[in-house]
Design a protein around this ligand. Structure first.
Ligand code: 26Y
Length: 790
């Protein structure tokens, strides 16, 4: 990189955009000018990459969520100019770190599924796979969270407030999306995905919805100003907000519009480029294109593709269906029934009646194909796309798609044996496992430069950044005391940095010499943050009774957003807040333990938390967490897993060995055995400690501000409600095992060298959890695509 050239470009961009020189610019202006200057550096490679990709088969990731986080630091790293640019800025008396910190996260996703999409984008580029992402450019991403008096308050996310220098708006590539009641313009914004280690630059294309005419003159002339503005808003509403929802259906009509908007625009784009490159021959479409559907959210792509081929290109329905069956594959991310989308037929009819016709036709088609299988009536019903006037999106995807995959081995097994068993029997050849992964660039190289430097030194080069399996070689240092000491010193540094950040942002003091025990993820009952809270409260009572208990000092850290309409999840946040207050204010115990709920958990905060963790808490009820990916981020940064046999935890423990982790609790098969006669009351009555912490919800120990939310939590465990049995996630059954495992942690942590070994073993076996490995599996087993380097 030519420093002088970059500096000039920064100056130029600053002058043109803000009418002032860099010397006079404020942080966000510097951030914009620098980002634009860097974009200038890669734009030629970007165009070249796209031209070369056109010559071979390409994959498209259709996803309603992309949880990208910040771009600047990541792109500096990918371009391998981080240190150079830092130096350059220093010469200009600018602190790069401060500039990085003013960037807002692109939080266009809820949680794991959205972050996985972002990791896949990065890995696609680094592995030189012709992979493009398609999605929606929400004006407001996931809400930002404030904790006010212990409760979650949601604030609107304004990620675009300082601009979006990394995206290029492409008006010339706009398309129209037509609903039965109106038509909108879809405008693509392209963001470069810059490969670390090569010149390839992939594309994330996100659509923004706009009004067709910039202004409705007739209405305006007739002084119907409000109507004109209304029509404009109605169009823009489609890409206005991400639904902060990863469990239930909400804002139905608009959400459905969003889904159709995204898939229709993306397919029109793909078909247009197909015609440009290959003419009107659609019989070879699958030779050139393959579409991965990220959960059911983009599954409307199937009938929309058929519509476009039949209605716009004059292809016969049967032929269009046959092509679809060769280009779509579907990934399932959950077995929670409430998260499997089912759309009411009349909504679909109302918004896009032609799509409902096609869905009916598809349903009839598949019914006919099953006619000779002599299924019982009931079984046959389960295969229908339309059941009780609802469209089962997963059924549509499984019938048509050529591939169906789960996201961790256990999850795929459960799909095959239970949740989708009859589908597996019908289409065994479609089912595959693709264990999730994480990008080593953001989740180690960027967020933990200290550990990265040590690894590079030990391995002799930086090849591990692009081939994470190289970490294997670290195992030989497992008895090397000086390496282990350095590893622990790095951990301490990251804990000091986190402690400073928490002090600065939330005013809470924590001790970097204490054990950092961290649970960070969306708030959901199945993830069992409440179980962790019960344990912490129990430990508090134990310390009150026995102040000389032999244990290291511990800091319990939580971070989680709750869906705004999910009352119980919000009550759990409140409960944790109450425990935090009780513990931290109690002088008798607060030298031994503290609790912190970090506000507004998001990608950029995650980058500070994972490297600072001593323990990774992964305690979902066995069978419920499809994979988890946070678990992998902890592991890569050297934290043993404290967890259940669930999701990818199983594979993490298999890779790094059980003795280097803390596994507890009921397994899937144990739960299957007891589920019919499970009696949480018996656990409650037989364990005084458990009783005490559960009772704290109703005995006046804590206050929920008179809302009765705590009582509701209490009853959900012991009484059940109209929609579920008591303690549906088996907290009470696992409490004792949890406590024993946590005791083992407290003991193990006191032996620094043996602890350090566990950390090292985790790092050394984390290689398989690189999303590079995952994306290559998709490319090989599902997409039939090979890398191509520019
Ligand atoms: C349709 C709507 C209700 C909905 C919106 C978002 C349903 C689900 C979601 C998001 C689900 C999600 O994030 N699932 C997570 O996907 C990760 C990536 O595969 C997994 O690691 C994680 O276990 C799973 O919960």
């Amino acid at each position: 990189m030519n420093k002088q050239k970059l500096k000039e470009s920064m100056q130029r961009n600053c002058q043109v955009k803000y009418g002032k020189s860099i010397e006079k610019a404020v942080s966000y202006q510097i951030w914009n000018s620098l980002s634009l200057a860097l974009l200038e550096e890669i734009v030629e490679n970007w165009n070249q990459t796209q031209e070369i990709y056109k010559k071979q088969k390409r994959a498209y990731y259709f996803s309603s969520e992309y949880l990208m986080g910040r771009a600047l630091g990541n792109n500096l790293m990918s371009m391998q100019v981080y240190d150079e640019v830092k130096e350059l800025l220093e010469e200009m008396h600018i602190n790069l770190n401060e500039i990085e910190e003013i960037e807002e996260d692109a939080g266009l996703g809820n949680g794991g599924l959205g972050r996985l999409a972002a990791c896949f984008m990065d890995s696609g580029a680094v592995m030189n796979i012709p992979l493009s992402g398609y999605g929606i450019r929400y004006s407001n991403g996931l809400f930002s969270q404030k904790i006010v008096d212990g409760s979650q308050v949601e604030c609107v996310d304004e990620w675009l407030k300082y601009g979006d220098p990394w995206s290029i708006r492409k008006d010339d590539l706009a398309v129209e999306v037509t609903f039965d009641d109106f038509t909108v313009r879809a405008i693509p914004y392209d963001t470069p995905i810059i490969a670390y280690g090569s010149k390839n630059v992939n594309t994330l294309r996100l659509w923004k919805a706009e009004f067709l005419e910039s202004f409705d003159f007739e209405l305006f002339n007739n002084q119907e100003y409000d109507e004109a503005v209304q029509a404009k808003n109605r169009a823009e509403d489609i890409s206005r907000v991400l639904y902060p929802n990863d469990s239930k259906e909400e804002g139905k009509l608009l959400r459905l519009r969003q889904q159709y908007f995204m898939v229709s625009a993306s397919l029109q784009d793909i078909i247009r480029s197909h015609k440009e490159e290959h003419g009107l021959d659609f019989t070879t479409f699958d030779k050139w294109h393959v579409i991965q559907l990220n959960d059911t959210h983009p599954v409307l792509a199937i009938p929309e593709f058929i519509r476009l081929l039949v209605d716009e290109e004059g292809i016969k329905f049967e032929e269009a269906l046959a092509i679809s069956q060769r280009i779509f594959a579907y990934t399932n991310h959950t077995i929670l029934q409430e998260a499997l989308e089912k759309w009411e037929m009349d909504l679909i009819e109302q918004l896009f009646s032609r799509i409902s016709e096609i869905i009916i036709k598809l349903d009839e088609h598949f019914e006919a194909t099953l006619a000779d299988k002599d299924y019982e009536e009931e079984v046959l019903e389960q295969f229908h796309i339309i059941q009780d006037e609802k469209v089962h999106m997963a059924n549509l995807a499984i019938h048509v798609g050529f591939g169906v995959n789960g996201v961790a081995q256990l999850h795929t097994d459960i799909l095959k044996e239970r949740e989708l068993h009859q589908w597996y029997e019908l289409y065994p050849e479609k089912f595959q496992n693709k264990t999730n992964g994480i990008t080593p660039r953001r989740w180690l190289r960027l967020c933990n430069p200290e550990l990265s430097a040590l690894i590079t030194e030990l391995l002799g080069n930086e090849d591990w950044v692009m081939d994470l399996s190289k970490l294997d070689e670290l195992e030989k240092y497992v008895n090397d005391e000086s390496v282990l000491k350095r590893l622990m010193a790095i951990k301490h540094t990251k804990k000091v940095q986190l402690a400073e950040y928490i002090k600065e942002t939330q005013g809470i003091e924590i001790d970097p010499n204490s054990l950092f025990d961290i649970q960070i993820k969306r708030l959901h009952e199945y993830k069992r943050q409440l179980l962790n809270a019960f344990y912490i409260l129990d430990l508090y009572y134990e310390l009150k009774e026995n102040p000389t208990k032999e244990m290291p000092s511990v800091t319990f850290i939580f971070g989680a957003k709750a869906f705004p309409g999910y009352e119980r999840a919000k009550a759990i946040i409140k409960f944790i807040g109450q425990i935090q207050q009780l513990v931290n204010e109690d002088e008798e115990v607060n030298q031994k333990m503290r609790v912190v709920f970090v506000e507004n958990y998001r990608v950029s905060l995650a980058e500070k938390l994972f490297p600072a963790a001593d323990v990774s808490k992964q305690i979902s009820m066995a069978g419920k967490e499809a994979s988890g990916t946070g678990n992998m981020k902890f592991m890569l940064n050297g934290a043993p897993t404290f967890g259940t046999y669930d999701g990818a935890n199983v594979e993490i423990v298999e890779a790094s060995k059980e003795e280097n982790n803390f596994i507890f609790g009921l397994r899937v098969e144990d739960i299957a055995q007891i589920e019919d006669e499970y009696d949480p009351q018996a656990f409650y009555e037989n364990d005084k400690n458990l009783m005490r912490v559960i009772d704290s919800l109703i005995d006046g120990t804590f206050s929920d501000g008179g809302t009765e939310e705590f009582e509701e939590l209490h009853d959900s465990l012991l009484e059940g409600t109209s929609w579920h049995e008591p303690d549906q996630y088996y907290l009470l059954a696992d409490f004792k095992a949890f406590k024993e495992a946590q005791e083992a942690v407290l003991t193990a942590y006191q032996d620094e060298m043996s602890w350090a070994k566990m950390c090292l073993m985790n790092i050394a076996h984390a290689g398989v959890f690189s999303s590079d490995r995952t994306i290559m599996e998709y490319a090989k087993d599902l997409w039939d695509i090979k890398p191509i380097r520019i």
